[in-house]
Design a protein around this ligand. Sequence first.
Ligand code: ADP
Ligand code: TYD
Length: 204
Amino acid sequence: MSVFLSFEGIDGSGKSTQARLLAEALRARGLVVCLTREPGGSAGAEEIRRLVLEGAADRWSTETELLLFTAARRDHLEKTIRPALARGEVVISDRFADSSRIYQGLTRGDLRDTVDRLHALMIGMEPDLTVLIDIDPAEGLARAVARAGREMRFEGMGLGVQEKARDGFLALAATQPSRFRVIAGARPAEAVAADVLAAVLARL
Ligand code: ADP
Ligand code: TYD
């Protein structure tokens, strides 16, 4: 049964952890799962990921950044997501277009209208279900900093920006309640995973 699921949330909210746990739980139930991520998820998109996440903070304008994220998403869709759905798999993407709506549309830039138009033009599809992992930004930031590595262009943006992103995600979820499930992330990973699995099984 092909179904497209995405995880969204601020940095350090636990998306990657939960995407992995969900993939394991669904595979244990006999489903074929394609676990993927953005930016990235295909060879070309992973190359774009390096361009956009590494290097100096002022390397790209918000407009250029949006074009790069959209180019990466288009390649991800063509090379990974659509083929997996065509094979009847469950696709789980760690971030998808809602991240562009929030970051390029609201916190890193003010391009929400452009994000939507570019999405309609080049992507034109939404997940069947989006799990929003909601967490206090102070907690998310502490987790993200503890894990600091090379992909630092977007980290260290400060608590105010993370607050704005969290509020943006919650507001977006409220406008599309049939697609979004909001799940509290500041709990042990297993407790969060149980709620995620229940929400996904209800949708399947
Ligand atoms: P994201 O993908 O949203 O940035 P991650 O899943 O990579 O988040 O988690 C960020 C960090 O927090 C990682 O070091 C991870 O091990 C840790 N972590 C994830 N989930 C939890 C949790 N429920 N409680 C405590 N720490 C967590
Ligand atoms: P990610 O690797 O998911 O970071 P994290 O694990 O810390 O949540 O994503 C890297 C950064 O890219 C993250 O700060 C969000 C940003 N991003 C955008 O700004 N726009 C987008 O369209 C996507 C997919 C990600």
